[in-house]
Write a protein that binds this ligand. Sequence first.
Ligand SMILES: [Zn+2]
Length: 245
Amino acid sequence: MQTTTKGLIIREQTVGESDRLVVALTSEFGLVKAFVRRAKAAKSKSIGATSLLAYSELTLYRGKDAYVIDRAVPIEIFFHLRDNIEVLSLAQYFAQLAGELAGEEEPAGDMLRLILNSFHLLCRGDKNIDLIKAALELRILCLGGYMPNLIACEECGTYLSEKMYFDTDGGSLICSSCPRPQNAVAVPQGVVEAMRYICLCDIGKVFSFKLSEENIKILSSVCERFLLSCCKCRFTTLEFYKGLK
Ligand SMILES: [Zn+2]
């Protein structure tokens, strides 16, 4: 039986001499592993539509071990991601994050929308790249089941004090009067408010906030540390991105 869905290609690898195995992030089915038969792809001009970071309409049928892409029509190739190596490597990191945090056969509409929106912003190039990275990391963690507790101080329930601390291991806030764990990072009010916004706002507005350069740096460091503490795996794409800086 054939099915048609829209998907973002987040991983690709060559298998044997002629086929490629891709992983697509789709709204209805989450992560979908699918083969692209080279002969068929050449004939149907679907190579571009199934290349890494392309967003395409995919017609799939279930093969023996995985899906097979019968037809792929590009919707958005995000050509401008390739203008700048820093932007491209960040987009690849976002794709790797989706591969870690989405599931197979679990709808992932919000995650797909989040990543597509980030790609549009990266292509446009007028938004602070660290802000995009931090906001994506924090919200994709929420979508992947790692929502931090940002409501109030974990110990005493204070909503906001002049200085609060974020425990990047436990994912919670601690006020300045309560004892705090070793890994807690000082976060100014503006950063606490930005983190609350990122976690709770409409998925289409995750990147629509402003923060001073100094606070973007703090937000960026806190979100990355929290992400690495939650995921506990190596992100080669993140290492590459940081190596460029
Ligand atoms: Zn407290």
